[in-house]
Design a protein around this ligand. Structure first.
Ligand code: 3H9
Length: 715
């Protein structure tokens, strides 16, 4: 199947994911040109090595201006488009972004049943930029194409056939079947299987039964449903523009329009931020001093056969569901019958809800619920590979649990605590195997929130950390390593953020306004609504654990808790809630709370002081950044990107701003540092800037590029 053969196979082979980098596209173009110049070749099959068709263009290439002579995926696709030979895409595995765009330029597309296809560019703040926005609407209609590209998620081969993206699911081996098919088409084309089927030659339709005249209306509707450009919607709006071009313009002009929009987006701040998030996620599991972490090794180590959970409270049942929904049987130990009854209901309720939503079949829901066994017999934990303790947040209670587990768990088991405030080392001391003790800090609700902090104690072994990353992968969580320090990464940083929110409210700026400013920045909720959601009693408990209660400027938090205003769960906290408004989840401003702040401020002698929106935003975000820099300095966090992932997946930080540490770089570390110095002078020592931040600011550098030790040596 090489030179001289009627069907030539070109295999995409650029490990690990056959990314279509400039360098690789040069090779690919040469292979296509060789096929084109071989008169014996009548058909070309494009397939992929490495278990994947292609993950699309190489995202690293967008970081810099392409060299003038760069060969891009557009050039490769252009060559396929111009060819008079038959091109067949033989897809086996993921076929994404530029990879799918290449397949769309082929005349036929077949894929194995395990394949997944999609145009995920929107997740990188981009639009498909190699003809995808022009060919897909011509293939499946503008409406369906837009829906797929706006979601950015991939679809199964089966769904791709239904949508009309694929011609068929090809029986294995895909390549042989594709070669056979290509030979048949090249030798004896029919009306149904002609030699050429260029999508560029077709007209795009909106969708079945929708006349083309409705285009302006459909486009206006689509724009209306999207978030504003400045709040994360930039690429989505450009995508609608590109699809409109597919409907209105001849193919060549549409493709040129798409390319212009793509290049503009590739340089936009949201896309830079989202590409940072993409790579930061892939860095998470790479722990420099731990063999067995990182991509290939971590995947080899997540073989959890069974899990255990101690404590059937909200957290314990959420963690049990998280394991069960990933197919891992789990034993939950609790001797409190009421707690177990409630947990059983929670578990059934959760799986039934998924059935109602059409996400699970009745049988699957039943099977998953059956995978969770409740018992009061601790010995049933003996076989578990990992046991997560989720009992009351009290050191003595937890130490007792660990002493007991030590006598029951098998020697290889990982003993994980879900504490959010306690010292892992003090907990580990209660066992004879501190090297197998670590923190697995889940976020509420544990079965839904995608973040998991893995907390490394002083004696936690590298193997235990590698195992925990494997467990994170199994649980489909973004797992981030944290040092053993109060609040770990996420909660430690949030304390500074909440400190500033409280101080601003004590100055007479309303909670509703402060929350509104942060929502405008892109958070789904502001600091006060977030506190209401997690529970003011929980906040007070953390303040007490830290010995902070009474150290703040006022006692507003305690007053609210004393009044029974515990947050959303009691229908009142910093806001009030009404079952008739947003199902009881919508925060409604409450003048009573403004009065409590005013009264507490009067008692503490705090004068009223208006802060404008910019100050509110800066104080909250720069508090996060300064604390984040301290955590880097102290080695609690490994990389700025790790903290960005914690904030995006755990606290709703808007991804198009890249996370707090990326945002510092976007604003300019010198500027952030300058404002922090001003806040220090104006508000006090809580604003003392981190030495790392100072070093980076003085160097004129970025946190992303900073070597913490180098920057510190300046300080
Ligand atoms: C595009 O196509 C633009 C065009 O429309 C227009 C152009 C003009 N580039 O995720 P993994 C690396 S935009 C560079 O751990 P998995 C990744 O960093 C692109 N590198 O594996 C990692 O490196 P390392 C649109 C990439 O099995 C390694 O590959 N396409 C790319 O869990 C393994 O990745 C996308 O957005 C890339 N495109 O998941 C698809 N993709 O080992 C993005 C991966 O050094 N990719 N890498 O850490 C994915 O969704 C997943 O990587 C995939 C595999 C599902 C493919």
């Amino acid at each position: 199947m090489a030179e001289g053969d009627a069907v030539r196979v070109i295999t995409l082979d650029n490990p690990p994911v056959n990314a279509l980098s400039f360098a690789y596209c040069k090779e690919l173009l040469a292979a296509i040109e060789a096929a084109e110049s071989d008169s014996a070749t009548r058909a070309v099959v494009i397939a992929g090595a490495n278990g994947i068709f292609s993950a699309g263009a190489d995202v690293n290439d967008f970081a810099q201006e392409p060299p003038a002579d760069a060969i891009t995926v557009r050039d490769v696709i252009g060559a396929v488009e111009r060819s008079e030979k038959t091109y067949v895409a033989a897809i086996d595995g993921n076929c994404l972004g530029g990879g799918l765009e290449l397949a769309l330029a082929c005349d036929y597309r077949g894929a194995s049943g395990r394949s997944r296809l999609g145009l995920p560019e929107i997740r990188l703040g981009l639009i498909p930029g190699a003809g995808g926005t022009q060919r897909l609407p011509r293939l499946i209609g503008a409406r369906a194409a837009l829906e797929l590209m706006l979601k950015g998620s991939s679809v199964s081969a089966e769904r791709a056939v239904e949508l009309g993206i694929l011609d068929e699911i090809t029986p294995a081996p895909v390549l042989e079947a594709a070669v056979e098919f290509a030979r048949r088409v090249a030798d004896s084309p029919t009306a149904e299987t002609p030699r050429k089927r260029r999508l560029s030659a077709r007209e795009a339709e909106i969708g079945p039964g929708v006349p083309k005249i409705a285009l302006p209306y459909v486009a206006a509707q689509a724009h209306k449903m999207l978030p504003p450009e400045e709040r994360g919607g930039l690429a989505a709006h450009r995508l609608v523009d590109a699809v409109e071009a597919a409907m209105e313009l001849p193919f060549a002009l549409g493709v040129a329009r798409e390319a212009r929009l793509f290049e503009e987006l590739a340089r936009s701040k949201p896309s830079l931020a989202l590409r940072h998030v993409f790579f930061a996620e892939r860095e998470l599991a790479k722990i420099p001093d731990i063999a067995g972490t990182g991509r290939s090794d971590a995947t080899a180590r997540h073989d959890i056969v069974s899990a255990g959970v101690v404590g059937a409270g909200t957290m314990g049942s959420g963690i049990a569901i998280a394991f069960a929904q990933c197919g891992i049987p789990v034993t939950v130990v609790d001797s409190n019958d009421d707690a177990v009854d409630k947990a059983r209901q929670t578990v059934m309720g959760m799986f039934m809800y998924q059935v109602q939503k059409g996400k699970l079949t009745q049988e699957e829901a039943w099977r998953r619920a059956q995978a969770i066994v409740f018992t009061d017999d601790w010995r049933e934990l003996a076989a578990a590979d990992v046991i997560v303790e989720a009992v009351f947040e009290d050191l003595d209670v937890k130490r007792d649990v660990y002493a007991k587990l030590d006598g029951i768990a098998k020697p290889s088991a990982i003993l994980a605590t879900n504490t959010s405030t306690l010292d892992i080392d003090r907990i580990a001391e209660a066992t004879k195997r501190p090297q197998r003790v670590l923190g697995l800090h889940f976020f509420v609700p544990a079965n839904i929130m995608p973040l998991l902090e893995i907390v490394r104690g002083a004696q936690t072994s590298p193997e235990a950390i590698a195992f925990a990353f494997g467990a994170g992968k199994t649980l489909r969580k973004k797992a981030v390593l944290s040092g053993n320090a109060f609040g770990f990464i996420g909660n430690r940083m949030i304390l500074d953020y909440l400190r500033e929110a409280m101080a601003l409210a004590e100055d007479g700026n309303s909670a509703a306004r402060i929350d509104g400013v942060m929502r405008d920045f892109g958070f789904p909720m502001g600091p006060f609504a977030m506190s209401d959601l997690s529970g003011l009693d929980v906040g007070l408990h953390i303040a007490r654990a830290r010995g902070d209660e009474g150290k703040g400027r006022t006692d507003v938090l305690r007053r609210l808790v004393d009044m029974g205003r515990l947050g959303q769960k009691s229908m009142a906290g910093f806001f009030r809630y009404d079952k008739a408004v947003g199902k009881g989840r919508e925060a409604i401003a409450d003048p009573v709370v403004d009065e409590i702040f005013a009264d507490a401020a009067r008692s503490a002698g705090i004068p009223a002081r208006h802060a404008d929106d910019a100050e509110i935003r800066e104080r909250l975000l720069y508090a996060l950044i300064n604390r984040g820099a301290y955590l880097l300095e102290d080695g609690v966090a490994l990389r700025p990107g790790d903290m960005d992932i914690v904030y995006i997946y755990g606290y709703g930080f808007p991804p198009h701003h890249g996370g707090p540490m990326w945002y510092a770089d976007e604003v300019g570390v010198d500027k952030v540092y300058g404002r922090i110095r001003e806040f220090e002078a104006q508000f006090g020592p809580q604003w003392k800037p981190s030495a790392l931040l100072r070093g980076v600011a003085e160097d004129g550098g970025t946190l992303g590029a900073a070597d913490a030790r180098k920057a510190l040596s300046h300080a």
